[in-house]
Every structure is written in C-alpha cells, then in structure tokens.
Design a protein around this ligand. Structure first.
Ligand code: ADP
Ligand code: MG
Length: 238
C-alpha cells in the first residue's frame, strides 16, 4: 500500500499558474525524486499531495482512492521538511511521540514505536535530550523519526538535507536509502542535489515552470534526455 496517482493537477495563486497540469503515477514502494529549478512548483505539488494545499483542479488518488477531500491526518502520509520544526522544550522522545499522543494512541504503543524508530535512526542514546543538545544531523533524524512513528505508507520529503553540511548530507542520505529498503514505504523526495537524485531514485521527475519535462530512471534521463533543459539539469554530456 502507498501507491499514488496524480491526475491533471493544476494550481493557481491569483493569476499565477504555478502547476499547469501534472500527471504522474507512483508505484507502491517506489523512491521518486523531484528535481527542477527554484519556483517551478515542487513544494506546492507536495503540499497538495499531503493535503496542506488545495488544487485548483485535478485529482489525487492514494491506493486508487480519491483523497481530495480527505484531511491531511487521514491520508496515511508523513511529510519531512527542510526546517525540522522541533519543539525546543520537549525531549527527543516527546518530539517523536507528540503526533501519536495527539492522535490518542496509548502510552505503551507510543513508547514501543518511538523505541523502534530511534533504533533505526541511531537515536536511542539521545531520547531524553532536548533539540538544542543535538547536532543538525541528529535534529533532522528526529524529524524523520517523528514521521516514521506514524507508520505512513507514503513519505514526502521536501529538501530534507539542504540545511546540513556536506558530510552530514551524505550520512543522512545513506540513512534514508536504508530506511526505504527497511520500511518498504513509498517515498517522494524533492532535492536540488544531483547526487542525491541519481543515487536515491528509482525514478526521477524533472519539473520546469509548473510542468513535468521528463520522467525516467536516473540512467534513462542521463543517457536519453528528451530536452536540452533535462540534459542541462541532469548534467548529461550533450
Ligand atoms: P519550488 O518548491 O519548486 O521552489 P514552490 O512550489 O515553492 O516552488 O513555488 C512555486 C511558485 O508558486 C513560486 O512562484 C511561488 O512564489 C508561488 N507560491 C507558492 N506558494 C504560494 C502562496 N501560498 N501564495 C502565492 N504564491 C505562492
Ligand atoms: Mg520548494
């Protein structure tokens, strides 16, 4: 479970057409990466999938079911942003478990899920710390942990590593790849970083000015870019 179908999604803010008809299918368990210049509509599309923004027209289907009118908390989706937005006064444990607590889950279950997620992310020894006592990479792992404890079928990542330094980016990227194998969940991931895109993706979606330019595996895009824009963006030798 965790397949996604995007059908002719359009979004305008006032007179500005930000998404101009997006069609895409994501299979259960796929790792799909969105790349494209700043302002091309990547975050808006993720927010529409998550239900944080309403499309002007078009449909979003999760596991074949139309979710346009389903509230974000009921879509089985977890979103990880570039800014971690942790609560400074709460411990790592409580930051990770807060969403479950608000959803009314029993304390024992929250404890168990937090334990599993923190083990996956090597945060076991940090559960009683506050965010200020963690490194940037650890804080971002807490934000990922907060998503994992909800056991979503579908993860949305919006440039999750762009605030980290180069070494931490590599580590956290490898960790996300491992999580993808382990959880077998569907992941949709926005990045500016070609290396991230080429190494993580089953499928790369290249966006430009509110449209999809090309969809393909990293090698397909590299070897046969269909437009100069894609060639330039992927760094193909032509
Ligand atoms: P990306 O994530 O690819 O950089 P965004 O989806 O954030 O692009 O933004 C796409 C365009 O939509 C930008 O021109 C941005 O200014 C505009 N935009 C995004 N959100 C809003 C909003 N709430 N109101 C008005 N314009 C917006
Ligand atoms: Mg963005």
């Amino acid at each position: 479970m965790g397949s996604l179908k995007i059908q002719n999604i359009r979004k305008s803010f006032g007179h500005v057409d930000v998404l101009k008809g997006i069609d895409l299918e994501v299979k259960d368990g796929e790792f799909v990466i969105f790349v494209g210049p700043s302002g091309c509509g990547k975050s808006t599309l993720l927010r529409i999938i998550a239900g944080l923004e309403e499309a002007t027209s078009g449909e979003i289907l999760i596991d074949g079911k139309k979710v346009n009118n389903t509230p974000p908390a009921k879509r089985g989706i977890a979103m990880v942003f570039q800014t971690y937005a942790l609560y400074p006064h709460l411990s790592v444990r409580d930051n990770m478990g807060l969403g479950l607590k608000q959803a009314g889950k029993p304390a024992e279950e929250i404890k168990e899920r937090t334990k599993i997620a923190s083990a996956m992310l090597s945060l076991d020894d940090y559960l009683e710390r506050r965010p200020a006592e963690l490194s940037g990479g650890q804080r971002q792992r807490v934000a990922i942990g907060r998503a994992i404890v909800r056991e979503p079928q579908l993860f949305l990542f919006d440039e999750p590593l762009s605030n980290l330094d180069a070494a931490l980016r590599v580590n956290t990227r490898l960790e996300i790849a491992r999580l993808h194998r382990q959880l077998k969940a569907t992941m949709i991931y926005v990045t500016h970083d070609q290396v991230e895109a080429m190494t993580l993706a089953d499928k790369i979606v290249v966006m430009n000015k509110g449209r999809i330019e090309q969809v393909g595996s990293p090698m397909e895009l590299y070897n046969s870019p269909q437009t100069l824009f894609v060639a330039g963006f992927i760094g193909s030798p032509q």
